[in-house]
Design a binder for this molecule. Structure first.
Ligand code: SAH
Length: 257
Protein backbone atom coordinates (compact mmCIF):
# COMPACT_ATOMS: atom_id res chain seq x y z
CA UNK A 1 0.00 0.00 0.00
CA UNK A 2 2.83 2.39 0.86
CA UNK A 3 3.85 4.57 -2.03
CA UNK A 4 6.98 6.67 -2.10
CA UNK A 5 6.54 9.80 -0.04
CA UNK A 6 6.67 12.97 -2.09
CA UNK A 7 8.91 15.61 -0.72
CA UNK A 8 7.23 18.44 -2.60
CA UNK A 9 3.99 17.66 -0.80
CA UNK A 10 5.69 17.72 2.59
CA UNK A 11 4.82 14.08 3.13
CA UNK A 12 5.98 12.66 6.45
CA UNK A 13 3.54 9.90 7.32
CA UNK A 14 2.89 9.06 10.95
CA UNK A 15 3.74 5.48 11.85
CA UNK A 16 3.67 5.60 15.65
CA UNK A 17 0.32 4.29 16.94
CA UNK A 18 0.76 5.88 20.36
CA UNK A 19 1.21 9.34 18.83
CA UNK A 20 -1.70 8.73 16.44
CA UNK A 21 -3.92 7.77 19.39
CA UNK A 22 -2.81 10.79 21.42
CA UNK A 23 -3.59 13.20 18.58
CA UNK A 24 -6.99 11.66 17.87
CA UNK A 25 -7.78 11.52 21.59
CA UNK A 26 -7.18 15.26 21.91
CA UNK A 27 -9.66 16.06 19.11
CA UNK A 28 -13.08 15.85 20.68
CA UNK A 29 -15.65 17.14 18.22
CA UNK A 30 -19.07 17.70 19.74
CA UNK A 31 -22.39 17.28 17.93
CA UNK A 32 -22.96 19.99 15.35
CA UNK A 33 -19.29 20.74 14.73
CA UNK A 34 -17.83 20.16 11.26
CA UNK A 35 -14.69 18.05 11.50
CA UNK A 36 -12.11 18.78 8.79
CA UNK A 37 -8.76 17.07 8.34
CA UNK A 38 -6.04 18.70 6.26
CA UNK A 39 -3.60 16.35 4.48
CA UNK A 40 -4.93 12.91 5.46
CA UNK A 41 -2.20 11.06 3.54
CA UNK A 42 -2.82 7.34 4.04
CA UNK A 43 -5.64 8.07 6.47
CA UNK A 44 -4.02 6.97 9.71
CA UNK A 45 -5.67 9.80 11.65
CA UNK A 46 -8.83 9.78 9.51
CA UNK A 47 -9.75 6.16 10.11
CA UNK A 48 -9.83 6.81 13.87
CA UNK A 49 -11.51 10.22 13.66
CA UNK A 50 -14.26 8.95 11.39
CA UNK A 51 -15.67 6.79 14.21
CA UNK A 52 -16.86 9.86 16.08
CA UNK A 53 -17.74 11.90 12.99
CA UNK A 54 -18.73 9.82 9.95
CA UNK A 55 -19.52 12.92 7.88
CA UNK A 56 -16.09 14.51 8.33
CA UNK A 57 -14.31 16.28 5.48
CA UNK A 58 -10.76 15.61 4.31
CA UNK A 59 -8.67 17.84 2.04
CA UNK A 60 -5.79 16.15 0.19
CA UNK A 61 -3.67 17.57 -2.62
CA UNK A 62 -1.92 14.40 -3.77
CA UNK A 63 -4.29 12.72 -6.26
CA UNK A 64 -2.37 9.45 -6.06
CA UNK A 65 -3.54 9.06 -2.45
CA UNK A 66 -7.24 9.55 -3.17
CA UNK A 67 -8.16 6.02 -4.45
CA UNK A 68 -6.74 4.45 -1.30
CA UNK A 69 -8.60 6.95 0.90
CA UNK A 70 -11.86 6.14 -0.90
CA UNK A 71 -11.29 2.43 -0.29
CA UNK A 72 -10.33 2.88 3.33
CA UNK A 73 -13.04 5.30 4.43
CA UNK A 74 -16.85 5.07 4.54
CA UNK A 75 -18.64 6.86 1.73
CA UNK A 76 -20.03 9.35 4.27
CA UNK A 77 -16.63 11.10 4.28
CA UNK A 78 -16.49 14.21 2.12
CA UNK A 79 -13.23 13.99 0.16
CA UNK A 80 -11.93 17.23 -1.33
CA UNK A 81 -9.07 16.84 -3.81
CA UNK A 82 -7.46 20.26 -3.62
CA UNK A 83 -4.69 22.47 -2.36
CA UNK A 84 -5.91 23.49 1.09
CA UNK A 85 -4.69 27.04 0.41
CA UNK A 86 -7.37 27.36 -2.30
CA UNK A 87 -10.22 26.02 -0.16
CA UNK A 88 -12.71 28.56 1.18
CA UNK A 89 -13.34 27.49 4.76
CA UNK A 90 -16.36 29.80 4.90
CA UNK A 91 -18.16 27.15 2.83
CA UNK A 92 -18.17 24.74 5.79
CA UNK A 93 -20.87 24.93 8.44
CA UNK A 94 -19.44 26.50 11.61
CA UNK A 95 -18.28 25.73 14.25
CA UNK A 96 -15.29 24.01 12.68
CA UNK A 97 -13.00 21.49 14.30
CA UNK A 98 -9.83 21.34 12.20
CA UNK A 99 -7.05 18.78 12.52
CA UNK A 100 -3.97 17.78 10.59
CA UNK A 101 -0.44 16.54 10.50
CA UNK A 102 0.29 19.51 8.31
CA UNK A 103 2.59 19.72 5.32
CA UNK A 104 5.35 21.81 6.91
CA UNK A 105 6.15 23.71 3.70
CA UNK A 106 2.79 25.51 3.78
CA UNK A 107 2.12 25.62 7.52
CA UNK A 108 2.77 29.32 8.14
CA UNK A 109 0.64 30.75 5.29
CA UNK A 110 -2.06 28.21 6.17
CA UNK A 111 -2.10 29.24 9.83
CA UNK A 112 -2.46 32.92 8.91
CA UNK A 113 -5.44 32.05 6.70
CA UNK A 114 -7.09 29.90 9.34
CA UNK A 115 -6.67 32.60 12.00
CA UNK A 116 -8.83 34.86 9.83
CA UNK A 117 -11.77 32.52 10.35
CA UNK A 118 -11.93 33.75 13.95
CA UNK A 119 -14.66 32.20 16.04
CA UNK A 120 -16.07 30.19 13.13
CA UNK A 121 -13.42 27.76 14.39
CA UNK A 122 -13.99 25.96 17.69
CA UNK A 123 -10.52 24.43 17.88
CA UNK A 124 -7.59 23.35 15.71
CA UNK A 125 -5.19 20.51 16.51
CA UNK A 126 -2.04 20.46 14.43
CA UNK A 127 1.23 18.63 14.10
CA UNK A 128 3.85 21.19 13.14
CA UNK A 129 7.56 21.69 13.33
CA UNK A 130 8.34 22.25 17.01
CA UNK A 131 10.04 25.49 16.05
CA UNK A 132 6.75 26.82 14.59
CA UNK A 133 4.81 25.79 17.70
CA UNK A 134 7.41 27.56 19.85
CA UNK A 135 7.11 30.68 17.71
CA UNK A 136 3.32 30.72 18.10
CA UNK A 137 3.58 30.63 21.87
CA UNK A 138 6.64 32.91 22.20
CA UNK A 139 6.58 35.88 24.61
CA UNK A 140 8.04 39.35 23.90
CA UNK A 141 11.80 39.91 24.11
CA UNK A 142 12.70 36.46 22.84
CA UNK A 143 14.17 35.43 19.49
CA UNK A 144 11.16 33.29 18.63
CA UNK A 145 8.71 36.19 19.13
CA UNK A 146 7.51 37.58 15.81
CA UNK A 147 4.60 38.17 13.47
CA UNK A 148 3.35 34.60 13.89
CA UNK A 149 3.39 34.91 17.70
CA UNK A 150 1.38 38.12 17.68
CA UNK A 151 -1.19 36.90 15.15
CA UNK A 152 -1.55 33.48 16.81
CA UNK A 153 -1.97 35.01 20.27
CA UNK A 154 -4.23 37.76 18.99
CA UNK A 155 -6.65 35.15 17.67
CA UNK A 156 -6.16 32.04 19.79
CA UNK A 157 -5.40 30.48 23.09
CA UNK A 158 -2.39 28.25 22.39
CA UNK A 159 -1.74 25.00 24.14
CA UNK A 160 1.27 22.92 23.22
CA UNK A 161 0.34 19.29 23.85
CA UNK A 162 3.54 17.28 23.30
CA UNK A 163 6.73 16.96 21.25
CA UNK A 164 7.07 14.26 18.59
CA UNK A 165 10.48 12.83 17.60
CA UNK A 166 11.44 12.34 13.93
CA UNK A 167 11.25 8.54 14.40
CA UNK A 168 7.44 8.75 14.66
CA UNK A 169 7.29 9.46 10.91
CA UNK A 170 8.17 7.75 7.66
CA UNK A 171 10.24 9.20 6.17
CA UNK A 172 11.66 10.81 9.30
CA UNK A 173 11.80 14.61 9.02
CA UNK A 174 15.04 16.37 9.96
CA UNK A 175 13.42 18.32 12.80
CA UNK A 176 11.47 17.62 15.96
CA UNK A 177 7.72 18.17 15.65
CA UNK A 178 5.07 19.12 18.18
CA UNK A 179 1.31 18.90 18.51
CA UNK A 180 -0.48 22.11 19.37
CA UNK A 181 -4.10 22.97 20.06
CA UNK A 182 -5.44 26.40 19.17
CA UNK A 183 -8.74 27.73 20.45
CA UNK A 184 -9.93 31.03 18.99
CA UNK A 185 -10.77 33.64 21.62
CA UNK A 186 -14.37 34.80 21.63
CA UNK A 187 -13.92 37.73 21.44
CA UNK A 188 -10.17 38.55 21.18
CA UNK A 189 -8.96 40.15 24.44
CA UNK A 190 -7.54 43.15 22.53
CA UNK A 191 -9.77 43.66 19.47
CA UNK A 192 -8.32 45.43 16.45
CA UNK A 193 -10.71 47.56 14.40
CA UNK A 194 -9.01 46.44 11.19
CA UNK A 195 -6.99 43.24 10.95
CA UNK A 196 -5.29 44.29 7.73
CA UNK A 197 -3.87 47.32 9.52
CA UNK A 198 -2.60 45.14 12.35
CA UNK A 199 -0.96 42.90 9.78
CA UNK A 200 0.63 45.91 8.01
CA UNK A 201 2.13 47.10 11.31
CA UNK A 202 3.54 43.66 12.07
CA UNK A 203 5.05 43.27 8.60
CA UNK A 204 6.73 46.69 8.95
CA UNK A 205 7.95 46.14 12.51
CA UNK A 206 9.21 42.56 12.23
CA UNK A 207 10.39 42.97 8.64
CA UNK A 208 13.14 45.12 10.11
CA UNK A 209 13.28 43.71 13.59
CA UNK A 210 16.76 45.03 14.35
CA UNK A 211 15.68 48.60 13.74
CA UNK A 212 14.06 50.79 16.35
CA UNK A 213 10.31 51.29 16.01
CA UNK A 214 10.94 54.96 15.22
CA UNK A 215 12.55 53.73 11.98
CA UNK A 216 10.70 50.55 11.13
CA UNK A 217 7.28 52.16 11.64
CA UNK A 218 8.18 55.60 10.28
CA UNK A 219 5.93 55.29 7.23
CA UNK A 220 2.94 54.37 9.42
CA UNK A 221 3.17 56.22 12.75
CA UNK A 222 5.12 59.25 13.95
CA UNK A 223 7.35 59.25 17.01
CA UNK A 224 4.83 61.45 18.78
CA UNK A 225 2.02 59.02 18.03
CA UNK A 226 4.08 56.14 19.43
CA UNK A 227 4.77 58.14 22.57
CA UNK A 228 1.09 59.00 22.92
CA UNK A 229 0.41 55.25 22.91
CA UNK A 230 2.95 54.83 25.75
CA UNK A 231 5.34 53.07 23.36
CA UNK A 232 9.03 53.94 23.49
CA UNK A 233 10.13 54.70 19.87
CA UNK A 234 13.67 53.52 20.66
CA UNK A 235 12.44 49.99 21.40
CA UNK A 236 12.50 47.21 18.79
CA UNK A 237 9.69 45.09 17.37
CA UNK A 238 10.25 42.22 19.76
CA UNK A 239 9.55 44.24 22.91
CA UNK A 240 5.93 45.13 22.06
CA UNK A 241 3.07 43.03 23.41
CA UNK A 242 0.00 41.99 21.43
CA UNK A 243 -1.94 44.77 23.20
CA UNK A 244 0.74 47.32 22.16
CA UNK A 245 0.44 46.27 18.52
CA UNK A 246 -3.33 46.49 18.64
CA UNK A 247 -3.10 50.04 20.06
CA UNK A 248 -0.78 50.98 17.16
CA UNK A 249 -3.14 49.41 14.61
CA UNK A 250 -6.22 51.05 16.05
CA UNK A 251 -4.63 54.50 16.02
CA UNK A 252 -3.53 53.94 12.43
CA UNK A 253 -7.02 52.84 11.34
CA UNK A 254 -8.47 55.86 13.11
CA UNK A 255 -6.05 58.11 11.17
CA UNK A 256 -7.08 56.49 7.91
CA UNK A 257 -10.83 56.87 8.46
N1 SAH B 1 -2.01 12.84 8.01
C1 SAH B 1 -1.05 11.92 7.38
C2 SAH B 1 -0.16 12.62 6.33
C3 SAH B 1 0.67 13.79 6.80
S1 SAH B 1 1.87 14.29 5.60
C4 SAH B 1 -0.21 11.26 8.44
O1 SAH B 1 -0.16 11.77 9.55
O2 SAH B 1 0.40 10.23 8.16
C5 SAH B 1 1.08 15.75 4.91
C6 SAH B 1 -0.07 15.43 3.99
O3 SAH B 1 -0.55 16.68 3.45
C7 SAH B 1 0.27 14.58 2.79
O4 SAH B 1 -0.73 13.62 2.60
C8 SAH B 1 0.30 15.56 1.60
O5 SAH B 1 0.02 14.96 0.36
C9 SAH B 1 -0.75 16.56 2.03
N2 SAH B 1 -0.60 17.91 1.45
C10 SAH B 1 0.55 18.54 1.09
N3 SAH B 1 0.32 19.77 0.64
C11 SAH B 1 -1.03 19.94 0.67
C12 SAH B 1 -1.90 21.01 0.31
N4 SAH B 1 -1.40 22.15 -0.17
N5 SAH B 1 -3.23 20.84 0.48
C13 SAH B 1 -3.73 19.67 0.99
N6 SAH B 1 -2.95 18.63 1.35
C14 SAH B 1 -1.62 18.74 1.19
Amino acid sequence: MMMRAKKRFGQNFLQDDLIIDRICGSVRPTAGQSLIEIGPGHGVLTKRLVHSTPDMTIIELDRDLIPNLRRLLPSSVNIIEADVLTVDFNDFVAPLMIVGNLPYNISTPLLFRLFELGTRVAAMTFMLQKEVVDRMGAVPNTKAYGRLSVMAQYHCEIEKLFDVPPTAFKPAPKVTSAVVQLRPHAPPPHPATNLKTLSDILVAAFGQRRKTLRNSLSSLLTTDQLKALAIDPSERAESLTVADYVRCANLLSQNAS
